[in-house]
Design a protein. Structure first.
Length: 642
């Protein structure tokens, strides 16, 4: 007889053999005994928790078929895989055949696996039959993603939520199976397998099969760690002790040894989080600890780390795990994680992880003030009389407040705020003109200060947003004027361009690809619609991207689409050309996408502060309106108190 996998050999044949779903099995058994079974059921839950097995057992017991025929097919129990039979025609066939009486059994039962993969038309075709089926027909739908099921389907079925199995439940079942197979094993090895299964019994038995094949004589901890890609608890504690002691060099060496042993990066992060979770709970709830390590070792480590520090480390690991899902450079991200964990200090919250950004924020206002100081003596020299006047003191101090406040409101836009409010802070027209020229001189060295961390941006320095389009017409306008050399240059220089951005921006830009370019604009396609929507709200990233393209002598106007939209737009354009249709769309005739400028709020508040200052010069109000617009400037008249 051919070899069968363990999960097939030991698949439950009765409700009594199912483990971990006692509430569901008891409910179904009682319904069958009382002959009060429904016409439609929905079994949902994670993979490998017994949904399909329960459906088959229920179908057999309703029809009075014994467990000895569990592995045999039956003409009145029809199993359908919705992943490959998800069309309207298949469901219509079910609807038509449901009108016929059962062949042998009392009921004709349809089991539809992965039901969430049915098309919208298929669901609509099933609705009427599901609501009022013939008396001899029953439906059982099984799905792992119940959120994708239409509400009209959910309301017509009895729902049963299958839960993940606990590690102890999985372990007990594996011990029972191994005893029947007369297979030697180490208890700690089964703990590793149960943890790697993530609550699924089928996954656990599949991994167990692999471990037995790797070492037939005995299931050992070493073999289980090798097969699952898990990291030894001793290595994890060594690594955590090193980052806790801020010994980054030794921690990086330990990480390198773990990766050279072939351990998976995601599994390493999962094991790291599980270990920290056990350390956090070792004193609070020892019964919930899942680690294969001894409790004493976890308690010893717990004495050197506080709860706040553990929580901070968990947050850092989770952030890196999210970034790792969008990158192929797993080793680099794990090294970044090691450095970040070494900087975590329980007394400082999560600030050490953001230390570079914090330093940039605190340094920028000081640099702006020192850069603005050379302009002030020139202004005061030319207008000595107004400065010595009694009302000059508050006016002289006001520009410094205007410089600092926008920097606090919008810390990511450190360059722009002192470029615009400064000219309107002086009391007379000549002084405003001098301040305007002084601000332009002050603005010149500032892009060099931000250059080490972000690409120099003319659009950013001038406080302007790039022009962005997101419509189909903009794509056709670019395609009608497309240049192959511009696209080749963009595709060749794109990897180097992305490297100049911050790590979080690199994760976004790695999902973007230049698709076409003309002399005026470039089409960028995103892998995921969600990332495109997020990018449209990130005006800082768009400004930097446009400036970086400008440095490569490429168009700074951007047309942003998802790759699916781009494929459809290009296909429509080619079809139109083949049909002889002439496409004459000018990009200038189209309306750009309105971007939410993060700097609008700070500039508006600064304009209101300046407009609210008492002044005898009408030209000062007009100058503020010219700079910020009539809708942003509000003039308030105040009376001087004698």
């Amino acid at each position: 007889m051919a070899y069968q996998a363990l999960y097939r050999v030991y698949r439950p044949k009765t409700f009594e053999q199912m483990v971990g779903q006692e509430v569901i099995t008891k409910t179904l058994e009682n319904a069958i005994e009382a002959k009060q079974t429904g016409h439609a059921y929905l079994f949902s839950g994670p993979r490998g928790t017994g949904k399909t097995s329960a459906a088959k057992i229920f179908a057999r017991e309703v029809n009075g078929i014994g467990p000895d025929q569990a592995n045999q097919s039956h003409p009145d129990i029809i199993e359908i895989d919705a992943a490959s039979n998800n069309g309207v025609d298949e469901i219509r066939s079910i609807r038509d055949s449901a009108n016929y009486a059962p062949i042998e059994a009392p009921f004709k039962i349809y089991i539809i696996d992965e039901a969430h993969m049915l098309s919208t038309g298929a669901f609509n075709a099933l609705l009427k039959t599901l609501e009022e089926p013939p008396a001899q027909v029953k439906f059982i739908l099984a799905t792992t993603e119940v959120q994708k099921m239409p509400a009209t389907i959910l309301s017509r079925t009895q729902r049963f939520e299958f839960k993940r199995l606990s590690n102890q439940t999985i372990k007990n079942r594996m011990i029972e199976i191994l005893n029947q197979e007369k297979q030697d094993f180490e208890d700690t090895a089964l703990d590793v397998v149960a943890t790697a299964a993530e609550g699924g019994m089928r996954d656990a038995l599949s991994i167990l099969d692999q471990v037995i094949a790797f070492g037939p004589d005995k299931i050992t901890l070493e073999n289980a760690l090798t097969v699952t890609g898990s990291v030894k608890i001793d290595q994890l504690l060594t690594y955590l002790n090193q980052v806790l002691a801020h010994d980054t060099a030794q921690a990086l060496e330990t990480l390198s040894a773990i990766l050279l042993a072939g351990k998976d990066a995601n599994r390493f992060l999962a094991d790291l989080m599980a270990t920290l979770r056990d350390v956090m709970l070792v004193d609070l709830a020892p019964d919930l600890v899942k680690s294969t390590s001894k409790i004493n070792e976890l308690k010893e480590f717990k004495q050197r780390v506080g709860q706040d520090q553990i929580q901070q480390m968990l947050v850092v690991i989770d952030d890196v795990k999210t970034q790792l899902a969008q990158s192929l450079q797993s080793d680099i991200y794990l090294e970044i994680l090691t450095v970040k964990l070494s900087l975590v200090d329980g007394t400082q919250g999560s600030q050490p992880v953001q230390e570079p950004a914090t330093e940039a924020k605190s340094a920028a206002p000081a640099q702006q003030q020192s850069a603005a100081q050379p302009a002030n003596p020139a202004v005061s020299q030319k207008t000595a009389a107004p400065v010595e006047a009694p009302t000059a003191a508050p006016v002289a101090e006001k520009p410094q407040e205007v410089v600092q406040e926008p920097a606090m409101d919008a810390p990511t836009e450190l360059v722009e705020p002192d470029l615009e409010p400064a000219p309107v802070a002086e009391p007379t027209e000549p002084v405003a003109e001098q301040a305007e020229s002084a601000a332009s001189e002050t603005a010149k060295p500032q892009p060099q200060e931000t250059q080490p961390t972000t690409p120099a941006s003319s659009a950013e320095t001038a406080g302007k947003l790039p022009t962005v389009y997101t419509g189909k017409e903009a794509v056709q306008a670019v395609l009608s004027q497309a240049k192959r050399d511009s696209l080749t240059q963009a595709q060749t220089g794109w990897p180097d361009l992305v490297k100049d951005f911050a790590v979080k921006d690199q994760a976004v830009l790695q999902t973007v690809e230049p698709m076409a370019a003309s002399a005026d604009a470039m089409i960028l396609a995103f892998d995921f619609p969600a990332i495109l929507d997020t990018t449209l709200t990130n005006t800082t990233l768009l400004s930097k991207l446009a400036a970086a393209l400008g440095q490569l002598h490429l168009p700074e106007t951007l047309i942003l689409r998802t790759k699916d939209e781009w494929q459809n737009d290009r296909a429509d354009y080619v079809t139109a050309l083949k049909s002889g249709q002439k496409i004459d769309i000018a990009l200038a005739d189209l309306t750009p996408t309105m971007l939410a400028d993060n700097r609008t709020k700070s500039a508006s508040s600064a304009a209101k502060d300046v407009a609210a200052q008492p002044t005898d010069e009408v030209d000062l109000v007009q100058e503020a309106k010219n700079l910020f617009g009539d809708d942003l400037v509000q003039v308030t008249e105040t009376k001087d108190e004698d």
